[in-house]
Design a protein. Structure first.
Length: 317
């Protein structure tokens, strides 16, 4: 099961180059666990129902203009109550000057105060996207993730079955590597998964008999990509003469990862089968299906239509 993720306030400040106006004593320990940010206009006016103190709070022009209309005593009371909820930090947008009462109450309640020159709505959108990615549920799966004709294809199968060798052949044919051996998978939306490689093994492939190769160094930076949406799964298995394989492609297969169902192809291999070419065709076929075209269904309809026509003609065809 995926672990609950969090982002340190320190990492957030470094990622967005925020100015630290006041650093709380627990600054290095504060972690964000929710992907949303809040603008505390209603709270400064005294309304605290449904207030979420786990969110990063932001002050922009609207909140600042409201604050300026209050007397110093009213500001002190409003900020005292707001900061008493001990949220992760407060961010002041547009390089606005922090109100003296705001700073005083931040120090009283030991809450970090940050500032940015960016407009409020713009930085709010960027923060939500960043937190959504960093806090997304995730797992690590054994496999190889490739970008083939724009499709993110996750190759899975037993160790030593030829996934990495197929990846090298695909790279030589102009496709791109995202991850080999271990794939970090994040659920970035209700129906979307994104894959990347752990930093330690990014751009590397292990080939039995040769060892570790650096794909970016050997094939160029165009042969690698940092992350990619996962569009389908290719389950590579050894050919079994006793098994019954779907020859038409009418039986849709799926694999569920982090609650998201992905279309899957089970690909049996034997010596001499060109796995890279098969994977290219699988990727293109998956792309066609997403666009509404299903060759297997069209073929079946044509066959059924031909048989129906023969029956109507008394078997003459």
């Amino acid at each position: 099961m995926p672990n609950t993720q969090s982002v340190s306030l320190q990492a957030l400040v470094q990622a967005f180059h925020f100015e630290v106006i006041f650093e709380a004593t627990d600054y290095a320990k504060v972690r964000l666990t929710v992907e949303d940010v809040a603008r505390p206009g209603l709270q400064l006016a005294g309304y605290y129902e449904h207030f979420e103190p786990m969110r990063l709070q932001m002050i922009g022009n609207v909140e600042n203009s409201y604050i300026r209309k209050l007397s110093p005593e009213e500001r002190a009371t409003a900020f005292d109550r707001l900061f008493s909820y001990k949220f992760p930090a407060i961010l002041i947008a547009r390089n606005l000057e922090p109100d003296p009462q705001c700073l005083a109450m931040a120090k009283k309640h030991n809450v970090t105060v940050l500032r940015t020159s960016q407009p409020t709505s713009a930085i709010a959108s960027e923060l939500i996207m960043y937190l959504k990615s960093e806090l997304a549920p995730r797992i690590t799966r054994h496999g190889v993730l490739m970008e083939i004709y724009g499709e993110g294809v996750l190759l899975i199968g037993d160790s030593g079955i030829g996934k990495s060798e197929a990846a090298v052949e695909l790279i030589k044919r102009g496709h791109r590597l995202i991850a080999d051996d271990a794939v970090e998978i994040r659920r970035v939306s209700a129906t979307g998964l994104e894959g990347t490689a752990p930093p330690m093994i990014r751009n590397y492939i292990e080939l039995r008999g040769i060892g570790i190769i650096n794909v970016a160094q050997l094939f160029g930076m165009g042969a690698v990509r940092e992350k990619k949406t996962i569009d389908m799964v290719a389950n590579i298995v050894s050919w079994d003469n006793r098994a019954v394989y779907d020859r038409l492609g009418l039986n849709d297969q799926y694999m569920e990862i982090l609650g998201v169902k992905l279309p899957m192809n089970t690909i049996p291999i034997t010596p001499g089968r060109n796995l890279a070419v098969i994977l290219e065709v699988a990727a293109m076929n998956n792309r066609q299906r997403k666009m509404g075209y299903n060759a297997a269904r069209e073929f079946t309809e044509q066959v059924n239509s031909r048989f129906d026509g023969n029956r109507k003609n008394g078997g003459r065809g």
